[in-house]
Write a protein that binds this ligand. Sequence first.
Ligand SMILES: Nc1ncnc2c1ncn2[C@@H]1O[C@H](COP(=O)(O)OP(=O)(O)OP(=O)(O)O)[C@@H](O)[C@H]1O
Ligand SMILES: [Mg+2]
Length: 401
Amino acid sequence: MLASLAPQWSAGFGFAARAFAKTAASAARQGAIGSVRLIDSFHKETVDDIFAHALKKQTGVSLKYMLDFGQNPIERQLLLSAQFLHKELPVRLAHRVAELENLPYGLSAKKHILQVRDWYVESFRDLRSFPHVKDAADELKFTELLRGIYRRHANAVPVMAKGVSELREELRLQQRLTELPEIHQFLDGFYLSRIGIRILIGQHIALHEPSKPNHIGLICTKCSPVLVAQDAINDARSICMREYGDAPEVSVYGSPDFVFPYVPSHLHHMLFELVKNSLRAVQDRFADSDDAAPPIRLVVAEGGEDVTLKVSDEGGGIPRSGLANIWTYLYSTAKSPVDPRQVEDVDSGPVVLAGYGYGLPISRLYARYFGGDLQIISMEGYGTDAYLHLNRLGTSQEPLP
Ligand SMILES: Nc1ncnc2c1ncn2[C@@H]1O[C@H](COP(=O)(O)OP(=O)(O)OP(=O)(O)O)[C@@H](O)[C@H]1O
Ligand SMILES: [Mg+2]
């Protein structure tokens, strides 16, 4: 099975060996937040091992590879999967640590970024110190380790967002440029990699759980986009109800019987974000109007190559000059719930209708992860169409930053 893993070279790795000549004298402060360079916080051997791994190539997998495990994976398949992860995850984690260590504008020294970096280093160390996975008993222990790693990184997105928003606020006060293209490029790569790592771990863990009908781990072989859409709509509308006391209708066009293999949680995430955006736009535009809010339309189209979902609203659209911004992190026209003054609180907080500015860029990464894409077309003064393309063949290789 592992023969089907086509190797993929990671693009443009630019962190060639830095000088790590400092001693490990300060290693006693392991993991201490506040120290900046890796070498100030971790043993030299760990740091050297991280950079050696950061120079190795990452190996991509495809949806089809994950489906090959079958509904009831046999012991040997689980063992192979564990051995693959034992080798692959340290490489992926090390690439991210090296990046987190070298961010521009002093972002690497921000407390929250260091917190995330330390989670990556801890997970790297845990994996590297785990002995070779040789039999079923080792495999079970290794899966326990994976569960811990999965939990450790649960809050990485809001914690990173806090670090970045702090920097943005600082630059804004100094009236320095706030577009930060390098930071956005880094975040795209970082979050894409995170999606990959979490699906690989999540898939391995899920294969240990009692098998659900039509599921291979996290992948549903008969995922109905209409049913997932209805769930996402209910969730988004209830948040809109809570915030506005009202929520526009959403009509779904498509047959609930149409199914294809996909990860329902990813699809739910993307549709939830798109529907939230449309609800907010329509609600804001029609709140004080005598006209009834026009329903949002969600269309499911079944193509041979792609399954495309379109979310259309009459919420007034987005000015053309603002279109480029919608894909950047932390751009939002909503009041920000990420308050840089409350940096102590690392919980993700309550789900809100809008305000982080992460909805669109992260959804596009989820789409791209399995070979799809997300496009937004807007008519200012009328409304917005979001096209979510999902590759139904599932043969495309994971994109690896
Ligand atoms: N359907 C839409 N109609 C009008 N404007 C939209 C629409 N979708 C997105 N936008 C604009 O794009 C911005 C970015 O959207 P995005 O979903 O990335 O972040 P957000 O909705 O502000 O916050 P969140 O991260 O909570 O989703 C929004 O703030 C809004 O200005
Ligand atoms: Mg949004």
